[in-house]
Ligand binder design. Sequence first.
Ligand code: AMP
Length: 203
Amino acid sequence: MTRLLLIGPPGSGKGTQAARLAESYGIPAISTGDIFRANVRNGTELGLLAKAYMDAGEYVPDSLTNDIVRARLSKPDAAHGFLLDGYPRTTDQVLELDNLLAAKHTGLNAVIQLVAATEIVVARILKRAAAQGRTDDSEEVIRHRLDLYASQTAPLLEVYRSRGLVVEIDAIGEVDEVTERITTSLAEGDLTCTGDDDDESVA
Ligand code: AMP
């Protein structure tokens, strides 16, 4: 049973690392950003609501975001662990996740913090924007997303740090190197578990 969070500024490589970690731990990577983007693509009501916030680089309101995470975590594949990428991003979302996990008598194994300097992540995102054509990747919107991360999301790390859950990872380097740093740090801290240990509560 491995329950992980991945927290880091936009452009720190969360999505890339999430996919690799999910594969190696055999758990689903759940990205709220990906869920919103899929809804935008499919023209759902949720997508229409979320798009305006996303295009402006704002956070989608907590009520909507919490609803999709609650629904996603109740699917069978998340019953045996998960990696949340890009959630929680606000204090309200931390509370929601705490309540969700408490209701299941479970907790988190670790919170992976990807650390990367602002100028490096801005350069990375601009490169990604050119490659993927994301509508929330103009320089102005990127700067706003980074400001929001600093004011709303980075402080959440202190909450998790006080619970002894945060593993800080230098996110600069080759993709493989960063993955290796994460898996090594988690293994050293004995922070992932495998097997059918549903009753375990660690946070
Ligand atoms: P991401 O792909 O994680 O960078 O997310 C892209 C965009 O989706 C963000 O800039 C927000 O507009 C929205 N979003 C993703 N996750 C959240 C969240 N946990 N809370 C609020 N908005 C979110």
